[in-house]
Design a protein around this ligand. Structure first.
Ligand code: ARG
Length: 459
């Protein structure tokens, strides 16, 4: 048992207590950030004359050695230490002796852990953002290739109006774009350095907190030392943003599962991204999409855990807050894994364009356009709606689509119809007439694609 305290104790910590309290099994994950934070702290201490230049150089050299030894597998982070901070400090003292004992001057583990977690989260935000960008790139290329791929758009999971595959993918593009913006906002808001807040009340050493903040690329130091060690808002915001990413992925997965079903056959998943059944030889299951959908609950769980953990904690630091790590790490790793897998799945999925188009044709998705045709010929919309309703009923009874009706049949229901009705309700016309910004018409869609391309170039 290697711990940083014990002077005022007369007994060893109970082994079970020690294990219950220790965090090394999970906070080892931010060893790099812990060392980076210490390096900045030491540079500041020496700039302020609190450490000599020799001491600074000895400590920096020792820390660099620990970092490279861990990274290259020469030094193992073992459970014999209470936490990652103890591991680094104990190793430093082993390496450089007395100078190592000065590293923790003007610092508490409370502001240290607050810093480490922020540094770690910043890196993870950047990584998650990169994965989301990769997914957006995949979606954009599907969009570019499919501005003329017709499919039904749904409401209530009932065929509603014809759209294109590009348009459908474009909806998800917007969602994941907002997810990136949310991550960016969180980064900006959390980017203030807590180091120098001490245990809760600052320190009596003449620390230069601005300088430490600058060395670690923060926008400045935090402004209240109590809040600095007790704030986990940014984790709650992050878990909320990650939950939203998962919600988007999950909706998308749900659609892929539906589209991949025997009844729809809109898509066929690549063999590399599907699984078989141990008993039913014919099966090709969308397990990956289902698992992503399933893991969404786990990330929501982390958000609720974090909110619940924080709700009754008096200022300032309390050990409850150590719980922030495992659940946040798990949520981040889950989300990153899911985005990467999902990207692989959509970039290899085969779209059955003929099936999609046939489905758009057979579901009366052009009924609104038939009503609009009547409106354009002077029929009030409410009457037009009724007339087309009767047309649809007639077609259902005969088992045909609006496109299959003869002009006589049309005229029997309303004399307003002329030969040009066929052109007016063709799938192509229905989509192409929708030219407002954000609509599926090819020209409108191409303008949006150009904007999205530009966005990806700049962000
Ligand atoms: N392992 C602790 C955590 O994750 C580090 C801070 C310890 N501070 C303390 N006063 N026990 O929160």
């Amino acid at each position: 048992m290697a711990q940083l305290w014990g002077g005022r104790f007369t007994k060893e910590t109970d082994k079970l207590v020690y294990n219950f309290n220790a965090s090394i099994s999970f906070d080892r994950k931010f060893y790099r950030q812990d060392i980076e934070g210490s390096q900045a702290h030491v540079k500041m201490l020496s700039a302020q004359g609190i450490l000599t230049e020799e001491e600074r150089d000895q400590i920096l050299g020792g820390l660099e050695g620990i970092l490279s030894d861990v990274e290259e597998g020469r030094l193992e982070i073992t459970d014999e230490y209470e936490d990652i901070h103890s591991f680094v400090e104990a190793n430093l003292i082993d390496r450089i002796g007395d100078a190592g004992k000065k590293l923790h001057t003007g610092r508490s583990r409370n502001d240290q852990v607050a810093l480490d977690m922020k540094l770690y989260i910043r890196d993870e935000i950047v990584e998650t953002d990169g994965l989301l960008k990769g997914l957006l790139t995949t979606l954009l290329s599907i969009m570019e290739e499919n501005t003329g791929t017709y499919m039904p758009g749904f409401t209530h999971l009932q065929k509603a109006q014809p759209i294109t595959l590009a348009h459908h993918m474009g909806a998800y593009f917007e969602m994941f774009k907002r997810d990136r913006q949310r991550l960016f906002d969180i980064y900006k808001r959390m980017n203030y350095c807590p180091l120098g807040s001490g245990a809760l009340a600052g320190t009596t050493y003449p620390l230069d907190r601005e300088y430490t903040a600058k060395l670690l690329e923060f926008d400045g130091p935090t402004l209240n030392s109590m809040d600095s060690v007790a704030d986990r808002d940014y984790l709650i915001e992050l878990l909320s943003a990650l939950s939203t990413v998962m919600m988007h992925l999950s909706r998308f997965c749900e659609e892929i599962i539906i589209w991949n079903s025997n009844e729809y056959r809109f898509v066929e998943l690549d063999d590399a991204y599907s699984t078989g059944s141990s008993i039913m030889p014919q099966k090709k299951n969308p397990d990956i999409a289902e698992l992503v959908r399933g893991k969404t609950g786990r990330v929501y769980g982390a958000l609720v855990s974090m909110l619940t953990t924080m709700k009754g904690i008096p200022l300032a630091y309390n050990k409850d807050m150590q719980e922030d790590k495992e659940l946040t790490f798990d949520a981040i790793d889950t989300v990153k894994g899911c985005i990467a897998l999902f990207n692989g799945m959509v970039s290899t999925v085969r779209f059955n364009k003929e099936v999609m188009e046939a489905s758009a044709k057979n579901g009366f998705t052009n009924a609104t356009d038939a009503a609009d045709y009547l409106v354009n010929h002077g029929v009030p919309f409410r009457d037009a709606h009724g007339i087309v309703g009767r047309l649809v009923l007639y077609c259902i009874e005969k088992g045909i689509s609006l496109d299959d009706m003869s002009l006589e049949e049309y005229k029997a229901i309303s004399p307003v119809f002329e030969e040009d009705i066929y052109e007016a309700i063709s799938l192509k016309t229905c989509v192409e007439k929708r030219t407002t910004v954000g609509a599926p018409g090819e020209e409108a869609m191409k303008q949006v694609i150009a904007l999205e391309k530009d966005y990806l170039l700049k962000n």
